[in-house]
Structures are given as C-alpha cells and as structure tokens.
Design a protein around this ligand. Structure first.
Ligand code: F58
Length: 836
C-alpha cells in the first residue's frame, strides 16, 4: 500500500466534510474520521480501522436524510408501518448504503486514490446476523423497499448481542461458534437512552375500583427490565427517505440495582443484573422448530412491550389521542413471535391508560396484521399455560377474556359445534394446557396473509381453516419478494452494468422493466456478453473455493447450488442421492457421458437437530470420496461451504447456473433464495412448492425444470399409506444408491454412521424423497442435456432474469400498502440543518 497523506491540519471545513461528495472531500473526511474516531494515523491503522473510518464517512452522509425524514414524519403526523419481527437478517450495511446513496463509484475512486481496496474494506464488516433464515431476511428486504417507496416505517426487534452462530466444519461435522458481531463496535447504530422503557415480568395482579367507579387491574411484577433502543438508519434507493430500524437491548433497571446493593447483597444484585441482560443476549438458532423456552417468551414480550410503549410515546409526542392509534400505526406481526402484542396493547390501553375493554379491543383489532410463514405443525408456537401464566399473569387474564368473548361469537356463527370451539380456542385443552399464539394473532388482527399464492391457499385449507371459516374476509395473499438493490446491483455489478447499458437504470426501482431485456435474448452479442459475465463470476467463486477448501473446481462445469438452512423438508439429501447416482454411473462405466458438474452446498443446521447435522456430514463425506476418485476425472466436484450468511450469499447467487428448490410440495411456504438465484440468471430445478409455482408461471414452463409430486399427490400418497421401501425394491438404480451408502462406502467402511439416514428413508421418509427420486433423476438428466447447448441455456438464463419483475420486494410492499396497511408515500425534502 502506498503511504497515505497525513490528516488535515488547520481549518477543517466541517459542513463539507460531513456531507460533500467530491472525491477530494471524501478522502479528507475519511482521513479525518480515521484520526478523530478511530484515533489512528495511517501507519498504525488496521484494515478494520479503515473500514470503520469509511463507515463513519458514509454514515455522516446519511444523517441529514435520516433526521429530515424523522422531522417530516413528526410534523405531518404521517401514518406509519411498524414491522414487528424477532429477527432482522440485515447483512452488511456499508455496500448497501453506498448503492442507495448513489456514491459507490466515488467512494471506490477515493479509496483507490488512497491506495486502499474498497472490496477488502467491504469484506471487513461483521454482518449483523440477527436472524435464522428466510423470515429474518424477508424483514430486511421489506425495510429496504419501504424506504425506497418512501413509506413511513419503523422496524422493531431485538438487538441480540450474539446473532446466529458462526459455522465451522470439523471432520465434516458442523461446529457452532459464538457470533461476537459487536466485538469491534457497530458504526451504524445510535443508542437512544432517552427513550428507554421498562418491561414487567411475573408477580401477580390486583383489582381495584378507580375514582370514576371503574373496575381496574394493577400488575405487581416480580421483576422489571429496562429496554434501551438502538437505532440504525435504513436508507431507500436514491431517495431522501431514511427510515429507522429500532432494536431493543435489555438492561437491569437502576432502581433495582439500588435496592439490592443497599441491602448489602452485592452478588445477588450482580446476578439479577446479568439475569436481566440475558434477555437480549442470544438469538435462538432454531428454524421451523418451536422450542418452549421461557427465555424466548421473555424475549418476545420484551421487544413487543418496548415497541408498543414506544409507539404510544410517539403518538403522545405528536399530541395525538390514543384513540388515533390505528390511524397513526399499522402494526405487522412477522409470524407469531410478536403475537403477544395483541394482549399487551390491550393491557397498555386499559391498565396504563384507563380505557374500557370495548374501546381498547376496537383499537387493537384495527391495528394488527399477521403474516403466517409456515405450515409445519412442529413450528406452531404454543406456550405451556403454567409457564405463560407465571411469567405474564396479567396477559393470561386478558387472553381468557378475549377467548370468552371470541368463543361466544363462534357459538353464534356455528351453533352446536364443540369440536370447532375447542379447535378455535386460544387455549389448547386437549391434554396439558397451552396458549396458542397463532389463534391469538388471528383473533387480534384485521388481516391474515400467507407468503405465496399456494401457501396462502393451504393456510386456508389446513392450519387456519377454522379461522378462515370464521373470518374469510381477513384472509389474503402477499407473495414474498427480495430487494434487487442488494441481490442484483450490489452483488452482481457486472450484470447490472450490462443490463443498464441496454435499457438504462430504471429497472432498479421498477423491476418489471427488466422485461425490456427479453428483446436481446436472441441477440448473439448480448448472449455472448451475458455468458462471459457468468463465466467470470464463476471463476471468482472457484478461486474463493480453492482458497477456503483447497478443492479445485472447474468454472466451465455446471454450477449446481443449494444454499439454505439444512432441513429434511428442504431435501438436501435428495440432491446428495443424485450425486451418488451420477457417481455410480461413472463407476459402472468410467467413459460414460456425464455433463461436468460442481455441486455446491451451504447452510446451517439447528444445533439440536441431529438429522440435519448428519446430512452435513453426509455431503462432506460424499465430497471426500468423489472429489479424489480418479475414475471421476474431475467431472464431479462436491463442496460444502461453511458459514453460509448474507455476505456469502451475495457471492453465490450470481455464480449459479442451477438453483435447487426441491422441497416436498406443500412444505416450503415461499422460499426467497429461489427468487435471488433466478434474478441472477440461474435456472431452477424445483417442485411445485411455495413461490416456485409463481416463478415458473412468470419465466415460462419451458425455462424451468419441474419435477416431483404435487401437494395433492403428496397428501394422497400419505393418506394411502406411503411405503418408501416399495420404491427401493422396485427401482434398481435407487437401490444401488441406497446400498452404497449403507455399505459404509462413504464412511470409511463404517456401516453405522449413516444408518439413521438410510433407515429413515426406507421406513419413514416423511418428506417423500424416494417417491420423488426417479422424477428428480430424470429431470436432472434434462438439465445435463440442456447445459450442453450453451447458447440455448444462456437464452433461458436471460429470460429468467428478464421475467423476475414480480419478485421485487417493492411489489410485495406495494401489495401490503394497498391491501393491508392502507398507507401512502411521504416524500422527504432535503433541508440543511447547519443553516438553521
Ligand atoms: C421462512 N420461515 C419459510 N422461519 O420457511 C420460507 O418458506 C419463507 O420464504 C420465509 O420464511 C419468508 O416468508 C422461516 O425462515 C424461521 O426461520 C423461524 C425463526 C424463528 C423460529 C421459527 C422459525
């Protein structure tokens, strides 16, 4: 690196240095931040110091927009969307802010002139991994689109000190490492201690008659925890709107410390303090598997109560009456994790603000909307009644009263139907008693939606059928979407330039305009460039794989990629069976014609999910054998890339030829990775599940590789008594694949290692891998044939990109705004604070 100039001395032009965009100003501001914030001069600075200095330089340029936005919303009393989510999987902020501010090129140039590499600095950022997978990432895409569409919005969640664990692979097995993302500080957040609030837990309730003769309840808690908000600006793409992501961090209350310290119980006091702070310590790493842990309920109550109190503060600051709550705010529940909000808003309105039940209930039900993200029964949240009542004694009283009134309504609509009553009840009384969070969310919301067309239909027919019968008008669909800013513009700059050179850059905000590149699908020059770009990106990924794993992969081979959480319903092991099938073909005939393929996998398994962890070991074990078998002659490579996260996802999507979306039909609510792949020109091999159905409709059946049973066929097969062993016995090829695994071939002769996997497939196979096996293998053969005709493949690939307009999260957010939230854009004018 060249020697950097010394920091500026003498007169510093403060205003310009904080806002200016010329290369010279950016360089000066950067060096100034390095000196005054990091306290380093160039010779001593680490890469991280440079990253921090750059992050502050960019944040400075965001602040005016952020404060203007807040001021405008306050002055206009703007109707605001509050997105309540236990997870926000934001990914790194720096690159995205550069794109949205429109200063990527200037910063790149400024860094180059200082002898620094912007890409290296971007890699320095520890991503805030405050989510498990699709649900958390969806929340992040929605914040980007809300800001881009200039919709007043707040994201509310938890500032976990430790996000989703970092994944290491040792001897082929997953090992979990604590994610210390705050280790070096977080330049993107600002703490707002003035707006701290308190949250109560435990204890008991007392009733009394107030001075107006009204029956009231007072809650005497066992403990009180302080919630401290940390705000992060969320800038829209090339607009002045910068909304806020407000994440709550738990602290012990001062009054508590004081009492305990005074009584001389020093260790008791410290213990209580750390106990309180545990609430926001760590993200639960389960996906699609509910776990009834009290700390999790404490977390849910924590961020929900903090957020609702914050909304009331905002309302009151704007001199609006509480009656206006549903006009001021539309609150969306991202799954049932924040569903306790229904009871908490009732409590706040009645107990803290003296409102009567009917009025409070009217306000509450007009406020909330609920999004369902899963049909898997094991993912539905229900809390043991005893645990719930002990932690939230006031909320259980309110829930009982909501239930009493609700069941009266049910009786009127459906007389003499006790089965229906017990299914709809907010309390499950079939055995040990539970509070059903989905039921609470349905009763307390005015809109209920699924996340893809198929999913929303299945929600009405299965998990929420009784609620659909009761309130059909509440149900609607909003198909998921993803932000093209992060997942195309930022992650695939080469394809972005090519497209923009042909049709201008309007598509970035209006993704439907991508259709205009269809006209170039038959243009040999365009096809050539499109393919060259894909090749170059694949080469980059190949280099990365080599440096990470020491495996050499051929960038001209078909890059066949499956990246997502590891789960049996997502069927990574079906993909693995196909690899073994190809391997067996080579072993039977080493000169067989095989289209060279690189199989890439990535994804984390829930730490307590044994089968998912075994699937990771299985894939790694296949790789060990296949990658070095001389008969294979490099035609097949299998790589499991560790620690799949947003940063890595951005590298992977653009490099894919084939996207694996192979869940059992009816199990994947939507999927969003499927959209990111396709936008970047990958073709999909997939089932008729989740949003695959709509993706196929958009791109055309001829540009999509479809296989497998439909949802109805899956249900029928199960109802008829599915026997996977029949498939094993009647299909030679399948039998050879399974036998090879069972023989210990991939486990150094150990026949026990993968036995649970084999036994499960042969005797249970809940996700119908064996039933879909032949259809999958045949379809993969079509893929291999198609890839041999590069020109045609590229045409299909271009058409995939061109036809993905529907899957921009901008479209999803417009749907929510029109059909559920009833909220309008509020454009922000830039004002100069230094002049006032
Ligand atoms: C996902 N759910 C769905 N849950 O599986 C996926 O099909 C969909 O596209 C996505 O939501 C967005 O709608 C999901 O990611 C979780 O990770 C939960 C985390 C908290 C515990 C329960 C699962």
């Amino acid at each position: 690196m060249q020697t950097l100039p010394t920091p500026p001395s003498g007169s510093v032009q403060i205003e310009d240095d904080r806002t200016g965009l010329s290369i010279e100003t950016l360089k000066r501001a950067f060096l100034d931040n390095l000196f005054y914030i990091q306290g380093k001069f160039p010779a001593l600075a680490s890469k991280n110091d440079y990253y921090m200095a750059l992050a502050y330089t960019v944040r400075d340029r965001l602040l005016r927009r952020w404060l203007n936005t807040a001021e405008t919303y306050t002055n206009t009393q703007a109707r605001t969307v509050c997105y309540l989510s236990a997870e926000f999987l934001m990914g790194p902020h720096l690159g995205n802010n550069l794109i949205n501010l429109g200063i990527y090129d200037q910063i790149n140039q400024a860094m180059t002139e200082l002898g620094l590499d912007l890409n290296e600095l971007l890699q320095q950022e520890e991503e805030p991994g405050l989510g498990n997978g699709g649900l958390g990432r969806l929340a992040a895409c929605y914040l980007d689109s809300l800001a881009t569409l200039e919709i007043p919005a707040l994201g509310y969640g938890i500032r976990y000190e430790f996000g989703i664990f970092d994944q290491e692979i040792r001897d082929g097995w997953q090992v979990e490492i604590t994610d210390k993302w705050l280790r070096y500080g977080n330049p993107w957040e600002i703490a707002r201690p003035d707006w701290a609030v308190e949250v109560k837990y435990g204890g008991h309730t007392e009733s009394f008659i107030d001075e107006h003769g009204n029956y009231r309840v007072r809650w005497v808690p066992f403990k009180v925890v302080k919630g401290l908000p940390y705000d992060t600006p969320i800038l829209g793409y090339k607009v002045n709107t910068a909304n806020t992501l407000r994440l709550w961090s738990a602290e012990a209350t001062e009054s508590f410390d004081f009492g305990a310290f005074n009584s001389g119980d020093y260790f008791g006091a410290v213990h209580q303090k750390s106990n309180s702070e545990n609430i926001s310590k760590v993200l639960y790493p389960n996906d699609e598997q509910y776990q009834g842990k009290v700390l999790r309920l404490e977390q849910q109550m924590f961020f929900v109560s903090c957020s609702l109190q914050d909304m009331i503060r905002i309302l009151q600051m704007q001199n609006m009456s509480l009656e206006k709550f549903p006009e001021k705010f539309s609150v969306q529940l991202n799954d049932t994790h924040p569903a306790i909000a229904v009871a908490e808003l009732m409590r706040l309105l009645m107990d803290e603000h003296g409102m009567q039940w009917d009025n409070a209930w009217n306000i509450t039900t007009r406020t909330f909307g609920y999004t369902n993200h899963t049909l898997l029964p094991e993912a539905l949240e229900r809390w043991p009644l005893k645990l719930f009542s002990e932690l939230l004694p006031r909320h259980i009283e309110i829930i009982y009263e909501i239930n009493r009134r609700f069941l009266d309504d049910v009786r009127i609509k459906f007389p003499d139907d006790p089965g229906r009553l017990s299914r709809l009840s907010l309390i499950d009384e079939s055995g040990e008693k539970y509070v059903r969070m989905a039921n609470l969310a349905c009763v307390g919301s005015s809109a209920i939606n699924g996340v893809a067309a198929l999913h929303s239909e299945l929600v009405k027919q299965t998990v929420l059928k009784d609620f659909y019968d009761m309130y059909p008008e509440k149900f609607t669909n909003v198909t998921n979407g993803v932000t093209p800013r992060r997942f195309v513009v930022l992650s695939n700059p080469r394809m972005t330039s090519l497209i923009t050179s042909k049709i201008g850059d309007n598509w970035i905000k209006h993704l439907d305009e991508l259709r205009r590149i269809e006209q170039f699908a038959d243009d040999p020059g365009f096809r050539y460039e499109f393919r060259q770009i894909k090749q170059a990106i694949k080469q980059d990924l190949a280099n990365h794989i080599k440096s990470e794993t020491d495996v050499e992969v051929d960038p001209s081979s078909l890059f066949d990629i499956q990246v997502k959480r590891i789960h049996e319903y997502k069927r990574q092991h079906l993909n693995a069976l196909h690899i073994i099938h190809l391997y067996n073909r080579i072993k039977a005939n080493p000169s067989a014609e095989i289209t060279p393929r690189t199989f890439l996998f990535g994804g984390k398994a829930a730490p307590g999910y044994y089968m998912a962890k075994l699937i990771i070991k299985f894939i790694n074990s296949i790789g060990e054998v296949v990658n070095r078998d001389p008969d294979v002659a490099g035609r097949l490579k299998v790589v499991f890339l560790k620690d799949y996260n947003v940063k890595f996802a951005q590298r992977v999507y653009p490099a894919a030829d084939l996207s694996e979306q192979i869940s059992t039909a009816g199990k994947e609510a939507s999927g969003t990775g499927n959209m990111k792949f396709s936008m970047n020109g990958a073709l999909t091999i997939g089932t008729l599940d989740g949003a695959n159905v709509e993706i196929r409709e958009e791109v055309g059946a001829e540009n999509f590789f479809l296989f497998g049973l439909t949802t109805e066929e899956v249900a029928a097969k199960k109802a008829a008594g599915y026997r996977p062993i029949d498939y094993y016995e009647s299909n030679n090829d399948l039998r050879q694949v399974i036998d090879r695994i069972a023989s210990g071939f991939f486990s150094h002769g150990d026949t026990g290692l993968f036995r649970p996997l084999v036994d499960n497939l042969l005797h249970k196979d809940e996700y119908l891998l064996l039933a879909d096996y032949q259809s999958y293998i045949d379809c993969q053969e079509q893929v291999s044939q198609a890839y041999r005709n590069w020109d045609h493949w590229t045409r299909m690939s271009i058409l995939n990109t061109a036809r993905m307009g529907k899957f921009s999260s901008d479209r999803s957010i417009r749907d929510y705004c029109q059909n559920i939230w009833k909220v309008q854009p509020v454009p922000i004018e830039l004002k100069d604070y230094t002049q006032s």
